[in-house]
Design a protein around this ligand. Structure first.
Ligand SMILES: [Zn+2]
Length: 303
């Protein structure tokens, strides 16, 4: 189901809000809470968990009146270049409302639009973004200390590459590289850290996509199911890796994480080829540096 509205947008937002049974996650640049006070009160009475994420600025300071029972998360962006300009709302993890519409008085007079969508993959992607935004302040702190390439002067970032080195002993290594955004030939190996049992928790990349989160099991490996499964797994993996990111012994923060995977694994298992073609699949990027980080690398540096 996809609906779109260009007029009376606040009416439709309220209509969908009133359908909520469990949770409402609102992420908007600006929100005048008095416009939705009655709906919010009813939801709080129904024990619906409401979270409102918004710009921590002087406009919202004037138009947000906090109500008991609602979680407020002000997002303070590092500079005016990085506005949190989202406008979306996830209801019960089942619908997403998204568009140009800020939840403010001014928006009612503007030409605006919203789309309401219940596509599972779309909703899951918005949920993922919601989680990502909850960490935005610490992501910025991590992003600040990226460097410059000593060869060409372009920006660099730190990439942690995870690989299992002994399946029986569950031993994994994470190699950290300083990656040049201009030429990966300039990359520098920084250090390696060993972990016990890390990949046990993580994506089993070499395997077929045969694992589905229970919520999504319907017996078929449709494109949508595979994409959903990947999204759920990557999120869970990120949560784990984020812990390592901030709790490793040498206190180095990664800006991206990748798996070193073999793309001829089936041929290797069947005895046709030696393990040889490695690729580096990026599973997570720091939002502030994302535009300089590729989705996949063929070469990272010497091992
Ligand atoms: Zn360089």
């Amino acid at each position: 189901m996809t609906e779109c509205y260009f007029n009376n947008i606040d009416y439709y937002i309220k209509k969908y809000l009133s359908k909520a049974q469990t949770s409402v996650c609102i992420v908007v640049a600006w929100i005048n809470t008095s416009l939705f006070e009655a709906e919010f009160s009813q939801l709080v009475q129904k024990n619906v968990q409401i979270t409102i994420m918004y710009n921590d600025d002087f406009i919202n300071a004037k138009i947000i009146k906090k109500q008991a029972g609602i979680i407020y998360i002000p997002i303070r962006m590092p500079s005016s270049k990085n506005k949190m300009h989202d406008k979306f709302c996830i209801i019960d993890g089942r619908f997403v409302i998204s568009g140009s519409y800020n939840w403010s008085k001014n928006a009612n007079a503007n030409f605006e639009n919203v789309i309401i969508n219940d596509d599972r993959l779309t909703v899951a992607k918005f949920q993922n973004e919601f989680y990502e935004l909850t960490n935005v302040n610490s992501l910025y702190e991590d992003a600040k200390d990226n460097g410059k390439c000593i060869n060409c002067g372009h920006k660099t970032f730190r990439l942690g590459v995870i690989q299992n080195i002994d399946e029986e002993k569950c031993l994994d290594r994470v190699d950290v590289f300083e990656v040049c955004s201009f030429d990966t030939g300039h990359n520098r190996f920084l250090k390696v850290e060993y972990y016990q049992g890390l990949t046990n928790f993580l994506n089993k990349d070499e395997k077929q996509p045969d694992y589905f989160d229970e919520e999504y099991i319907d017996g078929t490996a449709t494109e949508e199911n595979v994409a959903l499964n990947n999204l759920v797994e990557n999120r869970r993996n990120y949560e784990l890796l984020s812990f390592f990111n901030h709790n490793n012994e040498w206190n180095v923060h990664f800006h991206a994480l990748a798996y070193r995977i073999c793309d001829n694994y089936s041929a290797y298992i069947e005895g046709y080829e030696p393990l040889m073609h490695f690729i580096y699949k990026v599973i997570w990027k720091n939002k502030f540096l994302a535009n300089m980080i590729e989705d996949e690398y063929e070469e990272i540096g010497c091992w």
